[in-house]
Design a protein around this ligand. Structure first.
Ligand code: SF4
Length: 427
């Protein structure tokens, strides 16, 4: 297992970062509930929020209205907002009703929102009190999904970070894979690790609370999502050690991620090659096919999902694109440093956003593809730019070898569509 070679002209790790703060265009952290409630099968996410919060969740996960949902919103009324009602009592009442009706709930997340933060409802106090009241049947935790100064993937980070302190202590030598993956992708990853003899392997989040692992000084953990800065810090605080690696996007990223884990667990080079050879070849073929149209094109990332740096590494190294600007809401060197090492020098690396200034830069650069949030995509399309919605990258299975072709396909589809439209217009 050899480490990936850095780019000939150097990587971006030491590139000065353009930091701007101003108006931002992102979804809030409540969005994470959409994928977390599917993953955590005995959890319920109770948002303490407004009608806007309820609408966001219902429109994003509308299909759930036909099933028993595992998320809901306790809507704050005017009396709550005016501070006339005892908010702690109100939370107790709603939770009691919910848990009586839903005996299947084993873990309950009280999720803060913009309004609950503005009027400073102390959800940590509520979670502590309710946990004591409903233990051991139900564990009650809290985190904030508010859109004030956060971006949408931070919801998952905050949820996982709230779990870490209550995991039992353990001295077992275990690998903890951190970050919610679709089940099919998680199974592929576990099967690769098992074929290499790496184990025991645990996942955070677990499907059910009774499948959770302990954590301690012999725990090593690998992240599969680059937006888990708080969870990383919480695990380090519990004594666990992080295996730094590029994120498992594309053939290269997946191989480098697996290689870092394999090295930690003493897997020999022959075993590693035997296990990875066939899926690597499949991934390379799929990427080559899906990325034909991307070769030689330029890409501009607005900050949104925090996946931007690893994805720019994938697009530049494996799909032949040139990055003009790679913007990310936050840049955590301990997490994305290995990807920055591999991202060829050249693009502006920016952190945070002043959306008007960044739009000016994108308009001046006229990239072939702009990756941005929903709110910017339509106006930019109207100006003739080709766009990709960043949120799709979080909702679509894109990690590890078997999804590498689909990942390239997500970027090539809008470029191909634009080419077809141009052809039609010319006829
Ligand atoms: S948490 Fe804030 S940004 Fe998110 S839906 Fe509620 S009010 Fe809107």
């Amino acid at each position: 297992m050899t480490a990936l070679a850095p780019p000939a002209g150097g990587g971006c790790r030491s590139t000065p970062v353009l930091k701007q703060r101003g108006q931002r265009e992102v979804f809030c952290g409540l969005t994470g509930i959409i994928w977390l409630h599917r993953k955590m099968q005995d959890a319920f996410f109770l948002v303490i929020g407004s009608r806007t919060c309820a609408h966001l969740l219902q429109s994003a996960a509308g299909v759930m209205i036909f099933a028993e949902p595992r998320f809901g919103t306790a809507i704050m009324e005017e009396t709550d907002l005016a501070g006339m009602a005892d908010s702690q009592k109100e939370v107790d009442r709603v939770v009691a009703q919910l848990l009586e009706r839903r005996p299947d709930i084993r873990q309950l997340f009280l999720v803060g929102s913009c309004p609950s933060e503005v009027i400073k409802i102390d959800l940590a106090r509520a979670a502590e009190r309710l946990s004591a009241q409903y233990a051991p049947r139900v564990r009650v935790l809290n985190y904030s999904g508010s859109g004030i100064e956060t971006t949408f993937t931070q919801g998952e980070d905050a949820a996982l970070a709230s779990i870490v302190p209550v995991l039992p202590a353990s001295d077992a030598r275990e690998l903890l894979v951190v970050g919610a993956l679709p089940d099919v992708v998680e199974d592929q990853m576990l099967s690769l690790l098992s074929a290499m003899g790496v184990g025991p392997v645990r996942c955070l989040p677990a499907h059910r609370v009774d499948q959770e692992t302990g954590v301690g000084p012999n725990t090593v953990f690998a992240l599969v999502q680059p937006f888990l800065g708080d969870t990383h810090a919480a695990l380090v605080k519990r004594g666990a050690r992080h295996i730094a690696a590029p994120f498992p996007f594309g053939e290269e990223g997946t191989t480098a991620w697996l290689a870092a884990v394999a090295t930690e667990f003493g897997v020999d080079a022959e075993t590693f090659a035997r296990v990875t050879e066939a899926p690597r070849a499949r991934a390379r073929r799929a990427i080559a096919q899906a990325s034909e149209v991307l070769n030689g094109k330029s890409v501009f990332f607005f900050p949104d999902s925090q996946l931007e740096i690893p994805l720019a590494r994938f697009l530049t190294r494996e799909c032949g694109m040139t990055a003009i600007e790679v913007g990310s809401p936050y840049i955590h060197d301990g997490l994305v440093g290995p990807d920055l090492d591999l991202l060829p020098a050249g693009p502006v690396i920016s952190e945070g956003q002043d959306v008007d200034l960044q739009l000016d830069r994108a308009r001046a650069a006229r990239p072939d593809l702009t990756v941005c949030g929903l709110g910017l995509a339509n106006p930019l399309e109207a100006e003739g730019l080709t766009t990709k919605w960043a949120i799709e990258l979080v909702f679509t299975p894109v990690h590890f070898y078997e999804q590498a072709g689909d990942l390239a396909g997500l970027f090539s589809r809008p470029v191909r569509r634009k080419q077809l439209l141009k052809l039609e217009a010319a006829e």
